[in-house]
Ligand binder design. Structure first.
Ligand code: EPU
Length: 340
């Protein structure tokens, strides 16, 4: 177990913000986590659990304990004709998990290749891309209750998965630490090319949707992401900064009259309009506000051009939200968690 005081969180947030926390603790197994939670409860410190911080914005220093899981392990528990069950430690790097799954003939996670972060955070945030979401692959989440140290197993339906949402982000926010995730994969590969531009990306590369392999699909997704999204090692960012808003049919129809080219997708309670498009139309794509900016190739991504503080990014976020609201009357909300 590792414990450090007044620790810089630079390596634990992909925005590259040099915020500090009072105490930083990294544990290797569930037993260490029990002890740690007990100690922190006794000290009365606030707790923040992080993965790689690929969805966090530290607006200021964190006056509490930041916990990080180093619970590793990927293990196939069961393989049949219908499914493969794989238990993964919460501290495993998500993209390494995807690579391992493909190499072990466990399919269904390829479209989620290269999403930054770790297994535990992926299950909390229900990460998604190219028509897939991690929630669709979750069979069970193993967690420890922070207040009591009790272990609890959540079946997939108890996790309440929806677009970028789970029970751990909402009703149980800050109440549990995920220690392991049981994934249910497919023993046979079927390419999922239903998402908007994906089929044309496949064809553009001279591949065929009917006989593309899982490794080819993984490489393709990696290439598409690299072309569109900035590498956090080079330019600090947290992927999509805002969620895509869903608007009611009336609002949608009046907007479509004004902007006939507006991209849109059917959603369960209305129509989803890409926030990237709204931001671009509001004139923000590639613009800067001090050291914070809107990425020039994907308007949904806010970037740190160097030396930005959390509040620089928060100011930019607010300015973008206001412009979009003024122009379209639509409110967009951050997907990124603000830590104050
Ligand atoms: N668009 C613009 N301007 C831009 C970028 C996109 O107008 O600068 C429009 C295009 O019309 C495009 C549409 O927006 O067709 C959608 O763009 P894209 O396919 O890039 O997806 P997105 O809605 O912007 C979502 C996820 C991403 C995920 C991609 C691909 C959210 C909040 N974001 O982005 O997730 O990789 O789809 O599936 O749902 C993340 O969460 O960090 C993330 C990167």
């Amino acid at each position: 177990m590792l414990q450090k005081e007044n620790f810089s969180l630079l390596k634990f947030n992909t925005f590259g913000i040099d915020a500090h926390c009072r105490l930083f603790c990294e544990y290797d197994n569930v037993e260490e986590l029990f002890l740690l939670l007990q100690e922190i409860r006794d000290n009365g410190l606030r707790i923040l659990h992080v993965g790689r911080g690929s969805n966090l914005l530290f607006v200021r220093d964190f006056d509490g304990a930041v916990l990080h899981s180093h619970i590793l392990g990927k293990e196939i528990l069961e393989r049949s004709e219908e499914k493969v069950l794989v238990r993964v430690g919460a501290g495993e790097v998500w993209d390494e998990v995807v690579s391992w799954l493909v190499a072990h003939n466990c399919y269904g996670a390829e479209n989620l290749s290269l999403i930054p972060g770790e297994m535990g955070a992926a299950a909390v945030q229900n990460i998604g891309a190219y028509g897939a979401e991690v929630g669709q692959l979750v069979e069970q989440v193993e967690a420890v209750e922070i207040a009591t140290g009790q272990r609890r197993f959540f079946g997939a339906d108890e996790c309440d998965y929806a677009y970028r949402h789970s029970i751990f982000k909402d009703a149980l926010r800050g109440k549990y630490v995920v220690t392991h995730v049981l994934l249910r994969l497919n023993p046979e590969f079927k390419a999922a090319v239903g998402y908007g531009s994906l089929r044309s990306e496949v064809e553009l590369r001279g591949l065929n949707c009917c006989n593309i392999t899982a490794s080819e699909m993984r490489s393709l997704i990696i290439n598409v992401r690299r072309a569109k999204l900035p590498d956090p090692e080079v330019l600090g960012n947290a992927g999509s900064f805002f969620m895509n808003p869903v608007v009611g049919t009336e609002t949608f129809e009046s907007l479509l009259q004004q902007y006939p080219d507006m991209p849109h997708f059917e959603a369960s309670q209305g129509v989803k309009v890409p926030a990237a498009w709204l931001i671009e139309q509001s004139g923000w794509k590639g613009r800067r506000l001090g050291p914070a900016g809107v990425y020039e190739k994907q308007a949904l991504v806010l970037v740190n051009h160097g030396g930005a503080t959390g509040s620089d990014i928060a100011d930019l976020s607010k300015a973008v939200q206001e412009s979009v609201f003024e122009k379209f009357g639509i409110r967009i909300f951050p997907e990124v968690n603000f830590i104050e």
